[in-house]
Design a protein around this ligand. Structure first.
Ligand code: UDP
Length: 261
């Protein structure tokens, strides 16, 4: 039996060819890599939880009319997504001062911004993801002005929706990263939210205590990281039954399951 083809091996996810044209399988791993690869490790059960959280958040976004690449979850660690042409830019939306914003401007973490900020970074490990302007993005041909307008509008809609969703479960959405891709639909190029939305890509603080419920626990050597990820899933009402026991489905079986369903 032929093994499915791996398209890309990432830090937290691997990408495989999907069962039908125009589809891809996204496999969530427990591996973690921060500070541009300078610190690596594992968070037990992270892949299972992030698969669920990203499924949940992408589904909620599409329910309010925000287009995403998500099709359906396949198993504990995998989801089927639409194949898109990835725009090589990370879009960071910020509501509260934290991380590199605090460092760059010498600000104290935790201050609510008067208005949300949208920033762009060029995805390149070698260059350590430099911050870029819209001018760089259009001059280098990574995206058009029209696409950037669409990306900013979508990012702010995602922020409005997710900010409210997290407020409802006692979590402050401090900042997060989005990636976008293009697909052809009825002879028109369309922009979709791609990649993942999870505690790996968002800063999530408990609204009462400011306790960090995200990857910063690993960046800052704090304990209780597995519990923090589980807590986010629990508050979202999606903690897998029986916790995060990893019922790993063999890789080959996964593709057959899709085509049979
Ligand atoms: N982020 C991410 N991937 C990256 C860089 C940042 O998902 O490669 C997320 C990060 O988790 C945070 C937000 O984007 O929620 C803003 O990150 P920041 O620019 O403050 O950089 P960091 O402090 O993470 O280096």
């Amino acid at each position: 039996m032929a093994r499915r083809r791996q398209i890309f091996e990432g830090k937290g996810k691997d990408i495989f060819e999907g069962p039908e044209p125009g589809t891809i399988v996204q496999h969530f791993k427990d591996d973690v890599s921060v500070h541009s690869g300078a610190k690596t490790g594992m968070i037990t059960g992270k892949g299972v939880i992030n698969n669920r959280i990203s499924e949940h958040l992408m589904t909620r976004l599409s329910e309010v009319g925000i287009p995403t690449h998500f099709i359906r979850r396949l198993n504990m660690r995998e989801q089927l997504i639409r194949e898109v042409e990835i725009i090589p830019i990370s879009v960071v939306v910020r509501n509260v001062v934290a991380g590199s914003l605090a460092t760059r401007f010498g600000l104290e973490e935790g201050r609510r911004l008067d208005r949300s900020i949208v920033e762009f970074y060029y995805n390149s490990d070698d260059l350590k993801d430099p911050m870029v302007l819209e001018e760089h993005i259009t001059a280098f041909g990574w995206a058009s002005h029209q696409e950037i307008d669409e990306i900013i509008a979508l990012s702010l809609r995602v922020n409005d929706f997710l900010y409210g969703l997290f407020v409802g479960i006692g979590i402050r959405l401090v900042d997060f990263k989005l990636e976008f891709g293009r697909v052809w639909e009825h002879d028109q190029l369309r922009i979709l939210v791609a990649d993942e939305i999870s505690p790996d890509t968002c800063r999530l603080w408990d609204a009462d205590t400011d306790e960090k419920l995200d990857l910063d626990r690993f960046r800052e050597d704090l304990d209780g990281i597995e519990e923090a990820y589980q807590e986010v899933a629990r508050r979202l009402g999606i903690l897998p039954e029986g916790g995060v026991t990893d019922l790993e489905i063999p890789t080959i079986g996964a593709v057959r399951n899709i085509s049979e369903s």
